[in-house]
Design a protein around this ligand. Structure first.
Ligand code: SAM
Length: 390
């Protein structure tokens, strides 16, 4: 098949594709991979490097669109098209060209624009708008990361209180302490944590972990089934509660006061508890102590302290559940690599390989019993690590 025939074939295929949410997850992921290979095969170095080197410009544009609520106009208005002059407040007209190129806006005749589905993802009501605000602060650190690493001899940052974030912001505060003092970003952070649950067909850990056998058998109304430590707004416990609504036992959500106080919709059947996980765990003998993407926020020193506080509260039947990315030794995703650097910049922390998890658990008095995996893992997929005290 020659190149023109290939192009025609792709155009026909695109026209015939169902919407993404109507394609089977496995097939959709395979197609995405094939498209990525296709692009890599035909892009010139100029086209490929342009995308990489101009990504910060587009990130800045999106953040400005979120700040001036550009996409709210489309999300809330009855009309779907607006003249560029109607969108031109605060200089946004210069950004409209970029948003069109990025596929956030579609150009219509007579200087009109319409938001695409992707553009609407940056309306204020969307969690992705919150992600733009939360990540905006980390982008500031990333912009200065090359200079920071040059100055520090390219050493791996491992001090959560004296890393890139502190250097760039001239502070001694930990990132989470800084967040607490910056409510707009803290709130954006809390809502951003809900994005992985928009899993687009992905299984949650309690779909592939034997919950009945390991957590629910023989429980009474007094049994604490799950303590979700650093559980944010309780996304996971809410879904767990809905799936196992007829089970008896208690579900407890723990997080810092600023996060718990931000939960205005008291979730039925879930006890909210303000708790600093560096202090003595007040809930003793729960079936499971669960931490989702919490330990990846901390270098080994602090992660060991968090684990110690949990271990001291466990009974002989308690288990530890960690939902985290386990970076494979080969074939890791770009997402895992991006997240790893995100953690380096903001928290001097890291995504861990299986060996790093085993070592961390071992040096914290735990034995890794099993790693439970979803059937179709993809961007952002985690694994569930099950561990018990040694
Ligand atoms: C990356 S978020 C993960 C949130 C949630 N587990 C999830 O997966 O959506 C880390 C959480 O740890 C919480 N956290 C940070 N320091 C804490 C501390 N000292 N004690 C309790 N929670 C803390 C943060 O407030 C945040 O909700």
């Amino acid at each position: 098949m020659n190149v023109t025939e290939t192009t025609n074939l792709i155009e026909v295929a695109v026209a015939g594709l169902p919407p993404h949410d109507q394609i089977k997850r496995k097939e959709r992921l395979a197609l995405l991979k094939a498209c990525e290979q296709l692009k890599r095969a035909i892009e010139t170095p100029f086209e490929a490097t342009q995308k990489i080197l101009f990504a910060p410009h587009q990130t800045a544009g999106v953040r400005i669109a979120v700040d001036v609520k550009l996409f709210d106009i489309f999300a809330t208005a009855k009309e779907t098209e607006f003249y560029s002059s109607e969108l031109a407040g605060k200089n946004t007209v210069r950004w409209l060209r970029m948003f069109t190129g990025m596929g956030l806006l579609e150009e219509r005749p007579n200087n009109k624009y319409k938001a695409s589905a992707l553009g609407l993802a940056f309306a204020s009501s969307s969690p992705y708008a919150n992600a733009a605000v939360f990540l905006g602060k980390i982008h500031e650190v990333l912009a200065k990361l090359p200079a920071y690493l040059k100055d520090t001899g390219y050493r791996n940052p491992v001090d959560a209180f004296d890393g890139p974030f502190q250097s760039v912001n001239a502070t001694k505060d930990h990132y989470f302490t800084w967040l607490q003092a910056n409510p707009e970003v803290q709130r954006a952070f809390n809502y951003t944590m809900g994005i992985p649950r928009l899993s687009f067909g992905e299984e949650q850990w309690f779909d592939f972990f034997p919950v009945e056998e390991k957590l629910l058998s023989g429980t009474s109304t007094d049994t604490v089934v799950l303590v979700d430590i650093g559980g944010g707004r309780g996304h996971d416990l809410r879904e767990f509660r809905d799936k196992f609504h007829s089970a008896s036992g208690r579900l407890i959500l723990q997080d810092l006061p600023t996060v718990i106080d931000d939960i205005t919709d008291q979730p039925a059947g879930i006890q909210l508890m303000k708790h600093d996980f560096f202090t003595v765990q007040p809930v003793k003998g729960a079936r499971a102590y669960y931490l989702r993407t919490v330990l990846h926020d901390w270098p080994d020193n602090q992660a060991r302290k968090i684990l110690e506080m949990i271990r001291l509260a466990m009974s002989k039947d308690s288990i530890l559940l960690l939902y985290e990315i386990v970076v494979p030794d080969a074939g890791h995703s770009l997402w895992a690599a991006d997240m790893d650097i995100n953690l380096m910049a903001s928290l001097a922390a890291l995504e861990r390989t299986r060996k790093q998890w085993v070592d961390l658990l071992d040096s914290s008095g735990f034995e890794l019993k099993a790693v439970w995996e979803p059937k179709n893992s993809a961007l952002g997929s985690g694994s569930l690590l099950e561990a018990v005290p040694k």
